[in-house]
Design a protein around this ligand. Sequence first.
Ligand SMILES: [Zn+2]
Length: 306
Amino acid sequence: MKKFFAEIILILGLLSACAGSSFAAAWVNFPTSWDIGQAFAVSITSNVDYSKPVVTWKGRSISLNVEQGGAGKISYGLLGSDVRNTKPGDYEILFEFEQGGKKYKASGNIMLKERQYPQEKLTVSPKMVNPPKKELKRIQAESKAIGAALRTMTTARRWTTPPQPPLSNITLTSHYGFQRVYNGVPRSGHNGADIRAATGTKVLAPFAGTVILTGFHYYAGGSVYIDSGNGVITAFFHLNEINVKKGDKVAKGQVVARSGSTGRVTGPHLHYSLILGGQFVDPIPLLSTSITQMLKKGTQSQVNSL
Ligand SMILES: [Zn+2]
């Protein structure tokens, strides 16, 4: 505990004498250690209003919303680390906000721990392992469009927990993080969960949000990406039919697509990805928890007192 508090660096948290005002303070909450690939929750809370809350994690600055709750005002964040590009170790997390005309920063470390994700051998069409030359341009263009969509950052929080499960029946056929070997060739880990679904099954939006990208992509097939604010993006792949278009506002639970078997697949299923601040994480544990429960696994520390 002592070590943890030593790691909280208060850059601009000087005491100021506010004659006549009651005690006011702000706190941040984050876990001190977590598993690679798993989502975690963070918050800023204060009994006095503040503005421009931002959390910086794994190279990305994430704008948070200020809402009623917690000690009076609260900002919620959902973060994580991508199993495909995260090594175990300490990672810095930085919180920033403005309050009473001053800028505050608080930083700490989160120790990311290795989790064993098994290997999975799959057999697919050879052109899905080594794409023909004529497809390379298309694959590059799609990867650029996906990268741009994943950098979407909106401040309003439209995600609420737990999410709406994307299918009425959730039976997993392949888990997040599985190290995939396609036709004997190792490829990066699985960036989402595969859920059993006959072609044509209705796919429901996990959160309210805005559609930021749709298309029939080389590897992912029929794809829908939805932004729900604060860097929280959900995506579905291998769809048979897409019922929304870029710019559409969707409600939580709205039918956005029908599942299928398009792209690099071994059969019909729904691929569901949860992307938090650009990091693909395991989408399944979040289906049965809430932001409040997740925050209980963190440690709260005081940033300032006014
Ligand atoms: Zn998948």
